[in-house]
Ligand binder design. Structure first.
Ligand code: SF4
Length: 394
């Protein structure tokens, strides 16, 4: 099996053989539900961070009893699996106030399932020095809770080491995106999503091995015969089959701004081996150098609050549209597909404004409203994308 086959297999199920191996060694797994959770802190505690997703959830009958159908179907689908037995391998959950839907998902999961450890992480919506300190305080509360619950010690060195490991992962993913965005792309959008999903489902050192092999495997791979180069952005989307259906119509998704995509790692350093220090110095003020050496938790908080974020962050619209414009130019796309899950106000409103501004910049945009996991929707989506490809002139 090639590394791509391995990564597709890992992304194709919830619990995978590497999680089982980890558990068999007596080690613990913590579920987290959003790209804004600093998984480096969990890994520094010797825990495996596992991103909760909704693969294969189908009907949400149980979840709907707690989260009304006017809630995001991604969150309802995750809760459906959480209230079932799918996530029974988790030894705890850490979920942020990503949005109200996610907050309610966490509260119902905690109330009904009573996981051994459950922490609602308070991620600020605004980036100021005060809010960075607030976030650091909350990360330290989580740190102390993990240390006392699992009887471990999260030292500064272990945290620096963990930051370094995930920066290596991010650096290699940046390289993979270069292969993906070049004139003759080396992998499809569906494959890229599988690779990213696998990142949050297995131990990072194991993942680094797969990524290194994958970069070699795909170096000379050249995809052709597609009609248009597309970028995908919007709500939480981990549905590889849906992306494959989008590509079956003739458009190849050569880059993205998804949280199961670029938003999960984009701030990583160019040089994959650079530890947090240098990179953070470059991005942050001079005086930050001292704090990095003295306080990796400060570094982590600043890294997560200053990264490419989602519309939950106030006052950061320009950052999001600049990212999309630069990615669209870098990957030479013919159009952008912006999707939002029904009732996801954050991305619904943001996509509407993004479309206006991107169209003004001469970039064709297709807005899609999705119902998470609804296979019945594929036909309608295909028709919309086919019409859009016509519009791009391809
Ligand atoms: S897709 Fe929207 S509503 Fe759903 S979890 Fe993400 S931000 Fe919240």
């Amino acid at each position: 099996m090639s590394s791509m086959d391995d990564l597709i297999e890992i992304s194709g199920s919830i619990e995978n053989k590497y999680v089982k191996e980890w558990k068999e060694q007596g080690k613990k797994v913590i579920g987290y539900s959003c790209a804004s959770v600093p998984k480096e802190l969990l890994y520094a505690a010797g825990l495996l961070p596992f991103r909760v997703r909704a693969l294969g959830s189908g009907e949400t009958t149980t979840a709907d009893a707690y989260l009304s159908r006017f809630n995001c179907s991604f969150c309802r689908s995750c809760l459906e699996l959480g209230l079932g037995s799918e996530y029974d391998f988790l030894d705890g959950i850490v979920m942020p106030n990503g949005c109200d839907h996610m907050r309610r998902m966490f509260e119902n999961w905690r109330y009904i399932k009573k996981p051994p450890l459950a922490h609602p992480l308070m991620v600020p919506h605004i980036v100021t020095e005060n809010f960075i300190s607030f976030f650091i305080d909350d990360l330290n509360i989580l740190k102390e809770k993990i240390e006392s619950h699992f009887g471990v010690s999260i030292t500064d060195d272990r945290l620096r080491e963990s930051i370094g490991v995930y920066n290596k992962v991010g650096g290699k993913l940046r390289k993979l995106y270069e292969l993906r965005e070049r004139d003759k792309p080396a992998l499809t959008g569906a494959e890229a999503m599988s690779v990213i999903i696998a990142e949050s489902s297995i131990p990072p050192n194991k993942y680094l091995g797969f990524l290194s092999d994958l970069l070699k495997e795909r170096e000379n791979n050249k995809i052709s015969g597609y009609r248009a180069r597309l970028m995908l952005g919007g709500s939480a989307l981990d549905d590889v089959e849906l992306v494959r259906a989008m590509e079956d119509v003739g458009g190849l998704i050569v880059t993205d701004s998804l949280c199961f995509g670029a938003r999960a790692f984009w701030d990583a350093p160019d040089d994959a081996d650079a530890l947090a220090g240098d990179y953070l110095n470059r991005v942050y003020k001079e005086d930050y150098n001292a704090s990095v050496k003295q306080d990796p938790m400060d570094a982590l908080a600043r890294k997560y609050l200053n990264r490419l974020t989602c519309p939950r962050m106030f006052g950061e619209y320009s950052k999001r549209i600049d990212f999309i414009k630069s990615a669209a130019e870098r990957a030479n796309v013919d159009g952008v597909i912006l999707e939002h899950i029904k009732f996801c106000d954050l991305h619904g409103v943001d996509n509407t404004k993004l479309r206006i501004d991107l169209e003004k910049a001469g970039i064709p945009v297709l807005l899609l409203e999705l119902e998470y996991g609804a296979r019945s929707d594929i036909g309608r989506l295909r028709t919309r994308i086919q019409a859009f490809l016509e519009r791009t002139g391809r």
